[in-house]
Design a protein around this ligand. Sequence first.
Ligand code: 2RA
Length: 334
Amino acid sequence: MSCVVAVVGATGVVGREMLRTLELRRFPATEVRALASARSAGSRVPFRGGELEVKLACAEAFDGVDIALFSAGAAAARELAPLAAARGAVVIDNSSAWRGDPDCPLVVPEVNMDAAKNRPKGIIANPNCSTIQMVVALGPLHAAARLKHVVVSTYQAASGKGHAAMDELISQTRELAAGGEPVGNVFPGALAGNLLMDWKAGSLPDWSEEELKMVNETRKILGDPEIGVTPTTVRVPVVTGHSEAVHAQFHRPMTAAEARELLRRAPGVRLFDEPYAPGKHPQPREAAGTDDVFVGRVRDDLAVPGALNLWIVADNLRKGAALNAVQIAERLVG
Ligand code: 2RA
């Protein structure tokens, strides 16, 4: 049986990760098309030991495509995803364009893969990276004791903002080490030796777009609009790997022991359950390049009986984006 896959935004950091993930997981594609904007058309990207020529992402490029993995930004997704779906492709879009659309399921396979069945527009939305890793860990706990309130602080890597951001962090770090005063171009300031909140303002005053994504996406994926989510998203001088400190309260008390038992069996989770010791916690440098969501520091809250705290780390380009999209595609082709 043929399975034609298109990767849209193939030259971007996530698009390249999508191609790498299709290859590494031996996705059963009979043909893979690398598509991008006119600026990148004609270039070449590595795939299966050779190269793919990048073609222009346009309506005709989707003729015969079964699955279209998009990571081309919201504007391109709004324009091209319906055209791809109209030609029979199932679109899995990594941008924010369709995440809030009631006719587009927002899917993390380990948590709510069934939602993908109801896709009247032929479009499945891939959640934001900082949401994905959090719901992989909180999903099993929510299923057992129904989340009431989540307070999350994120420590997000530069790669969440693309190639140029990663390069800027590295060059700023070198400049800082040489005694210079780095300034920001991609970032609104120096990220090296610093912490930034670089996302656009959200639709609510005092909240960033990134923070409101975590609120709205968590509720949609877990299917509970009453879950309270209080995020603070922060950019840190890390190249790849997002980390999150999470405080979770439930509609019934949950102990750390119960949570660890649930997480030990949770799909996609690598649990660190040794007692606290310096350096013995999930770290972005260890999570980078792996598929799992690393969960550690699972502990009873000291102030709120029955509440928990967790430390959640994952590769934001893999499980936070490309892998999650490919896993959805894998389940679809079964
Ligand atoms: C970021 N989550 O990290 C956003 C987009 N990948 O900037």
